[in-house]
Design a protein around this ligand. Structure first.
Ligand code: ZN
Length: 465
């Protein structure tokens, strides 16, 4: 264990007081809070979280450059395990293994079963121990609330309900292989890492709770996320894409803290943190980011041609036909229709859609003023897309009709996730209630014309409620 003598007396005392209060008032506000942390719908057993995490780690470790310095790893693992010991809904068999990726991008992610990766960049960006503890507590929240397998469960339910009822996941053998058979092979890691806003709020709540229990300033987590988002917008794109910022994050956390118990003298820093950070800064600089080769998991070469047989996809408030050799990937607020091999890995932990259709709905900022226009709202969407695709360019834009309602068609050029290629996107936006419904048809520039007839047929089939 690291750390000086800071906590022994305080923590013991507070723990004793908390215990006494819990015994006196078992229904009291403080104790009840920890019981509210309930994981969502999940088809996996906790044991399978560990197995799936382990299998993913094996793949990921082959691709990521890792920091192997023992002082750094010992500090991070000591701190991580100490934090995890306060986590609600913990499982004694979770791995609680913390790795440091040798990358200057600011990122962190958790795999099911307790495998957590911190980029060197996020540790260096932390100004004190409480801030890095905040990141680790938040990631631990994703683990104990089982957000990774929750997302996979949702995707499976949409894709292979019969297979699930048949108990395919109950078999022994590689889970990754079984999931691949069910059509979730490609981009499995990206499903595991992609969190919904709801999962983010929950990871925030759990992370704040863990910080409080471990004696750290519980404000540190949300504040640190805000600092890195404002200070390093270019280096945090992947982090905030996998961890979408919940609405009113700071406010939500600030209102949770009083419920956790009385204010304490929070711990914010330690000599061990400073020593570890110096050590990390003294190691050879991280390798420069290099574009990843096209997906090693997927078939090489372009996807097979879209099947001419179309099948219907029924989404929330819409339906659309799509080629029957494509796959569906669904998250809380988006649906992707993807040809086999249409997802490619781009950066260390990310993947991107290079072919197919992506459907989502968003609430424009301008809608807060009540009377808003589709052109401004679409512009807002394009501005958001530019955050991760700075080379995005509008080729042409024009009005159209979509089932009798006014819609906007925008043809875009940007960088394809396929190395060295340009991408062509057709973005169609329409107003649906107080939101914007958006459809994006995606293909590399060289094959856009070949995909155009399929995209047109899909657009023709769209029904909007
Ligand atoms: Zn998160």
């Amino acid at each position: 264990m690291s750390g000086g003598g800071w906590r022994r007396s305080d923590k013991g005392l507070v723990a004793a007081m908390t215990l006494a209060l819990l015994l006196l008032a078992p229904g009291g506000a403080w104790g009840v809070e920890s019981l509210k942390f309930k994981p969502g719908f999940n088809l996996f057993k906790a044991q399978q979280d560990i197995q799936l995490g382990k299998e993913s780690v094996e793949q990921i470790d082959k691709k990521l450059p890792l920091v192997t310095d023992l002082q750094v790893l010992r500090y991070i693992n000591d701190l991580g395990r100490r934090l995890a010991s306060f986590a609600p809904n913990n499982n004694s068999e979770y791995a609680w293994t913390f790795k440091v990726t040798n990358s200057s991008d600011i990122n962190a992610f958790a795999l099911p079963g307790g495998y957590i990766y911190l980029n060197r960049g996020i540790i260096v960006a932390a100004e004190n121990e409480a801030q890095i503890a905040g990141v680790m507590a938040h990631e631990s929240g994703h683990v104990v609330m089982r957000h990774g397998t929750h997302e996979v469960s949702q995707a499976l339910l949409a894709q292979a309900p019969l297979a699930i009822l048949g108990g395919i996941l109950g078999q022994t053998g590689s889970l990754t292989a079984q999931l691949a058979e069910l059509g979730l092979g490609l981009g499995l890691n990206s499903i595991l890492l992609k969190n919904s806003r709801r999962a983010e709020s929950q990871a925030d709540e759990v992370g704040t709770y863990i910080l409080y229990q471990a004696g750290y300033d519980p404000h540190a987590m949300a504040r640190f996320f805000e600092i890195i988002q404002n200070k390093y917008p270019q280096k945090t794109i992947q982090f905030f894409s996998d961890h979408p910022v919940p609405e009113n994050r700071i406010k939500a956390v600030d209102s949770e803290i009083p419920l956790l118990g009385p204010a304490k003298e929070w711990k914010t820093n330690s000599p061990d943190f400073e020593a570890m950070k110096q050590r990390l800064l003294s190691l050879p600089a991280p390798p420069r980011a290099t574009p990843a080769p096209p997906a090693s998991a997927g078939p090489s070469g372009p996807p097979p041609l879209p099947s001419s047989r179309l099948i219907k996809f029924e989404g929330k408030g819409f339906s659309i036909d799509y080629p029957d050799n494509w796959q569906v990937q669904q998250s809380e607020d988006a649906v992707a229709l993807i040809p086999p091999g249409g997802i490619v890995e781009v950066a260390e932990s990310g993947s991107a859609q290079a072919y197919g259709t992506s459907i989502s709905r968003f609430q424009p900022q301008t809608s807060r003023q009540g009377n808003w226009g589709l052109i401004d709202a679409t512009q807002e969407l394009l501005d958001m897309m530019r955050l991760s695709n700075p080379n995005l360019r509008v080729i042409k834009q024009g009005g159209m009709k979509l089932e009798g309602r006014a819609a906007l068609s925008t043809l875009l050029e940007t960088d394809s996730p396929l190395q060295g290629q340009k991408e062509r996107d057709l973005l169609v936006t329409a107003r649906q209630g107080n939101s914007v419904f958006s459809l994006m048809f995606i293909a590399p520039e060289s094959s856009f014309d070949a995909y155009k007839p399929v995209f047109d047929a899909m657009l023709q089939s769209l029904e909007l409620q």
